[in-house]
Write a protein that binds this ligand. Structure first.
Ligand code: PLP
Length: 425
């Protein structure tokens, strides 16, 4: 297959001008689904096209963002974290300077992560389509909680598929979903994590598509999902851009976000993709090592393939079977990634790197103890890279980090991992 390559000689078409009407981001994306789902995707495309110009729709969503979610979320200057970065610079024999680190506080959004931006948007679309039931897949449980919340707000029935390994790791969120009136369906197949939950949700949708909308939780899946989720999440970057101009007097030098499926990253990156001076960095789950099965660094280590209805980078073996993945954070534990990220990677616009479980755990306690903010384990991957990156930059530069979620759901798992680490050393 051919992958998109930016021609460095020709002025590139605007990078933001995707997907094509066929749902392609360069060569990536598309609709690789069974016949039964094509009609549902066409209906979703149609309803989304119709609301794009519909003021009432966006007014209602903006109203919910303001009153239910608590938007705009703040931009926070992390001074003691920045000082820690400067100290790192000094210790490694450099000039002892660091760029100022700023956090876009999606952890303060209602339900504790950025997921709610997308679920409210899609739940409003479901209502437009006259669908009374929504289903969702969830890894860390954040998308499940956000879907259950949106369903409760609109009086829709909600069923959430969740791998049993994640049910164990994320107990608190399971209780929250049930409290919000949703049904949690435990998935026992495969590695009993996010990929398997997604398989089951897709299977459900094939049989229920008439009255059910499937709220995909990230910028993945068949067209038009990657575009719709990106658009709803772009509120993060749109707000952040205005806040940067206000507080820094200019755009940031670098933006760092963690990448599971890629929705918080797409949300903060997208309003900046045409600002070529702003460096964009996605951080994947480096897990325990670079060996197959020990990480979830799809863009760093994967190859193009089809998973869950879209062509994108995928972690797969020589036979094209989806590989096992591992991450300490349930929300990054996924062998695929959104097609727009594959497009950004191949065009060279975004740089993708990975942080290990160990580095994420270290950043988790670091942010807690320097700033009084306990981040999600997913978010901790971005924090780790931001601290390292800032220590290589100058004091008059700025690094913006998407603080995608809060860590309340992770304190038990993180304590367990920290205890394990202390036993080993
Ligand atoms: C779900 C989740 C992620 C990973 O999903 P993306 O689609 O890559 O954003 C990251 N951080 C938090 C807090 C999450 O809940």
């Amino acid at each position: 297959m051919t992958t998109f390559q930016a021609d460095p000689k020709a002025p590139p078409a605007k990078l933001s001008d995707v997907p094509s009407p066929e749902g392609r981001f360069g060569a990536f994306g598309g609709q690789y689904v069974p016949e039964t789902l094509m009609a549902a995707l066409a209906q979703l495309e149609q309803v989304y096209e119709s609301v794009r110009q519909d003021r009432d729709f966006w007014d209602e969503l903006r109203g919910l963002f303001a009153t239910l979610v608590g938007r705009p979320t703040p931009l926070y200057k992390a001074s003691r974290l920045t000082a820690h970065s400067a100290e790192l610079s000094r210790k490694s024999g450099n000039n002892g300077q660091a760029a100022t680190i700023w956090l876009k506080r999606e952890d303060l959004a209602h339900t504790g992560a950025h997921k709610i931006n997308n679920t409210l948007g899609q739940a409003l679309l479901a209502r437009r389509m006259g669908k009374k039931r929504i289903i969702a897949e969830t890894g860390a449980g954040q998308h499940g909680v956000a879907s259950a919340t949106a369903a409760a707000h609109l009086g829709l029935q909600c069923d959430v598929y969740m791998g049993s390994e994640d049910v164990r790791r994320q107990k608190l969120n399971v209780i929250r979903m049930r409290m919000l009136g949703a049904r949690v369906i435990e998935v026992e197949s495969g590695s009993r994590t996010l990929k398997d939950a997604t398989n089951e949700a897709m299977r459900d949708w094939m049989g229920s598509v008439e009255g059910t909308h499937y709220i995909i939780g990230s910028v993945v899946g068949p067209h038009p999902f990657p575009m719709i989720v990106r658009d709803f999440q772009s509120i993060i970057g749109t707000e952040a851009k205005a806040q940067c101009l206000r507080y820094m007097g200019r755009l940031p030098d670098s933006i760092v976000a963690c990448v599971g499926g890629g929705s918080n990253a797409a949300g903060i990156f997208y309003p900046f993709v045409d600002d070529s001076k702003v460096q964009l960095i996605g951080v994947e789950a480096g897990g325990r090592s670079r060996s197959p099965g020990q990480h979830a660094a799809t863009l760093s280590m994967g190859t193009p393939g089809v998973l869950h209805g879209t062509l994108s980078y995928v972690l797969q073996d020589q036979n094209g079977q989806t590989a096992d993945v591992h991450s300490c954070s349930a929300g990054l534990d996924y062998p695929g990634v959104g097609p727009e990220h594959s497009f950004w990677k191949d065009s060279g616009r975004v740089t993708y790197t990975a942080a290990s479980d160990e580095q994420a755990l270290e950043a988790f306690t670091l942010l807690a103890q320097t700033e009084g903010i306990i981040p999600a384990l997913e978010t901790s991957h971005a924090i780790s890279e931001a601290v390292r990156l800032a220590s290589t930059m100058k004091a008059d530069q700025h690094v913006l980090v998407c603080c995608s979620g809060r860590g309340d759901k992770d304190v038990e798992e993180a304590s367990r991992l920290i205890a394990l680490r202390n036993e080993r050393t």
